[in-house]
Design a protein around this ligand. Sequence first.
Ligand code: TXE
Length: 498
Amino acid sequence: MADTLLLHIDGKDAASSDGGTFEVRNPATGVPLYDVAHATAQDVASAVAAGRAAFEDRRWHGMRPRDRARILNRAAGLLADRIDEYARLEVLQIGRTIREMRAQLARLPEWLEYFGAVAQSSEGTVPDFGEGYLNVVRRVPLGVAGLITPWNHPLLITMKKLSAALAAGNSIVIKPSELGPALPCALAALLEEAGVPAGVVNVVTGLGGSTGRFLSEHRGLDKLDITGGTETGRVVAANAGRSLIPVTAELGGKAPVIVFADADIERTVAGALFAAFIATGQTCVQGARVLVQRDVYQQVVDRLVERTRQLRLGDPLDPRTQIGPVVSRAQRDKVAQAVDRAKAQGATVLCGGRVPDSPELGHGWFYEPTVVGDVASTDDLWREEVFGPVTLVRPFDDEADAVAQANDCPFGLAASIWTSDIGRAVRVTDELDVGIVWVNDHHRIDPGSTWGGSKDSGIGSENGWDAYRGYTRPKSVIINSSDRPFDWFATTDDLRYS
Ligand code: TXE
C-alpha cells in the first residue's frame, strides 16, 4: 500500500488540492499505517462535478441494464479474487479479526451480483389512466449520490450503498470514514477495471466535520445516503432537507436479544455471545440488551458470563484471536466511560469492565468483553449506544413485559427472539417496533433482504428492492392516444375529458 492514499476523481487518483493529509493508525498496535489525502471543499466540488458530467452524457445510465449488470458481475469476480488482500487491509486499519473479515468480505460480490440482477428485472408500471390515454411510469436514476460511510464495516457498508446506486445508473461520490478509508479508492479502481466508466465512482477521503460536511452540504447532489451515528445522521438529513433531496440514514441501535424460558439454552447463549461481541461489539445491530425470562435468568447469565470470560483477545491478524481492539482510543474511552457511568448509576459489572493489563495488548485500544447487570431503564446504559464490547442483562416476566422492555428504547433497528414456540415468535415480532427481527439467530444479512430501522435508527433502507427504488425516481409519461380534437379555449362549453 502507498504511503499516502489519494482521492479518486474522474477516474484519476489525486492529492488533495491543498496537499492536506491525515493519518490512520493500527488500533491493535497504535502504530501509524499511512497518510490519507484530506479532501477540501474544492475537491468535493470536483468530485460532484465529475459525477454530474458522467451522468449528463449518459456514459453509465445510458447503457442497457444488462450491460451494466455484466460489468457489475465482472467487478464481483475481480473482488472475489482480492478478498484475502482486502481482508488484511481491513484488519490493519480497523482491528476486526481476520476470521471475521474473511467471512464478511467473501460475501461482498453477492451485492454486485444481486443488484445487477435487480437492474435487469426492474419494471415500470402502466396505471389505468382511462380511455384515450396510455400512462407509462418508468423508474429513472436520480443523478449524483453522496455516500457517507462508517468504519465498523467499511467495505460491506460501502458495497451495500454502491451496488444499488450503480445498478440503477447513478454516479456516486463516496466519503469513507476517516478511520477506515483504505478500500473505497481501491474499489473505485477495481470497478473501472471491470468497465464502469471514469467519473461514475469518485472517492473523497477526509474528516467528517470538513470533507463529510462539504459533501452533505453540496447543492449539486440528488441523494444522500449515510450510515453512522444518530447525531451525524440528523445533520446529514437536515442538509438533505435543505437541498430537497431524498436521504437514507442507517444509524444507531440498541438491539434486544429476547430469551424465553423455552429456548435451547446452550444455543441461545452462543447466539447472545455472537450478537454481543462480534466486531468487538461495534455494529449497529449489536445485541446490546440481553433480556431473559426470569425462570432461566440466572442460568443464562451464569453461562453467558462464563463464555464471555473465555473469549480470546489478541492480535486481530492471528486467526485464533476472537476479539480485536476497539477502533480508536476515543472510541475505547467512550466505552470505558459508559461502563463507569453505569457503575456510578448502580449497575453491577458481571465480567470485564476494564482495559486488559496483559503487556502484549498494551499498545492497542483493547477493552475486555463486558456483561453488566442491574441496569435500570432510566440509566444511560439502557438508552445509549455504546458501540463496543459491552452488553447488559435484565430479567422479564412474560411476553408483554419482554415487548415493553424491548420497545423502551430510542432506537428501533433490530431484535432477536430466542424461543422454541413459533406462535410466540410471531406474536412478539408483531409487537416489536424495529426494522429487523431474527428468530433463533442474530446478525444475518442478505443483499435481497431489507435493512433499516425506525425511531432514532434512521430512515429508508438498504438491501433489496426498496434500496434499488431508493436510487430511482418515477417518471410518468402520459400519452394521448385519442383522435378526437380538443381545444379548451375555443369554447365556453362545460367540456369534460371523457
Ligand atoms: O461516527 P460518525 P463515529 C455510532 C457509534 C459511535 C458513534 C460515533 O455509537 O460511537 O456513532 O462514531 C461522517 N457531516 N456509529 O464518530 O461521526 C464521518 O466522517 C457529514 C454507529 O465514527 O457518525 C463518517 O464517514 N459527514 C454506526 C460517517 O459520517 C459526517 C457506525 C460516520 O461517522 C459529519 C458508526 C458531518 N457533520 C458509528 N460528521 C452504525 N450505525 O453502524 C461525521 N461524518
